[in-house]
Design a protein around this ligand. Structure first.
Ligand SMILES: Cc1cc2nc3c(=O)[nH]c(=O)nc-3n(C[C@H](O)[C@H](O)[C@H](O)COP(=O)(O)O)c2cc1C
Length: 128
């Protein structure tokens, strides 16, 4: 999770999401990247060395700050179908359940990890 820097425009956020989607789709990185009112929520899944390297790159990106790694796990089997990116605005915040399009992406995770992710996702959507 992280915060968008002041200088980063909405247009730049869109470009960032698009660029991440394109890169991850071609490199086989899977997961989720959401943006909501100044905050990023991201899950990246893939081959460990590649993911650790990508995370180092992401941490140096000047478009955000206050990067917090909430969880990091070795897993036996990949859970995500592909890479999903989205900007969360308006009405979604008033929903009581997390939209299926986001929870679907968590379905393949081990049960305990899935519950943690669902809770974090709900908190992210609720509080922004
Ligand atoms: C919140 C956040 C998440 C990002 N996630 C990814 C990502 O999943 N994959 C990726 O390739 N770049 C991601 N980036 C961008 C990288 O920091 C970096 O700009 C990019 O990998 C460089 O790729 P390029 O050489 O194709 O521009 C992210 C940046 C931010 C601020």
């Amino acid at each position: 999770m992280s915060n968008k820097t002041e200088e980063t425009s909405d247009m730049q956020v869109e470009q960032l999401l698009e660029g991440s989607f394109t890169n991850n789709t071609s490199s086989g990185v899977k997961g989720l990247l959401l943006y909501s009112e100044g905050n990023f929520f991201q899950i990246i899944e893939g081959e460990k060395v590649f993911i650790l390297d990508l995370f180092e790159t992401i941490k140096k990106d000047p478009r955000h700050y206050g990067i917090i790694q909430v969880i990091g796990r070795d897993i036996e089997q990949g859970a995500f179908d592909g890479y999903k990116t989205d900007i969360i605005t308006g009405d979604i915040k008033y929903l009581t359940v997390i939209p299926k399009e986001y929870t679907d992406t968590l379905e393949g995770l081990p049960w305990d990890l899935r519950k943690i992710m669902e809770r974090m996702l709900k908190t992210f959507i609720d509080t922004h």
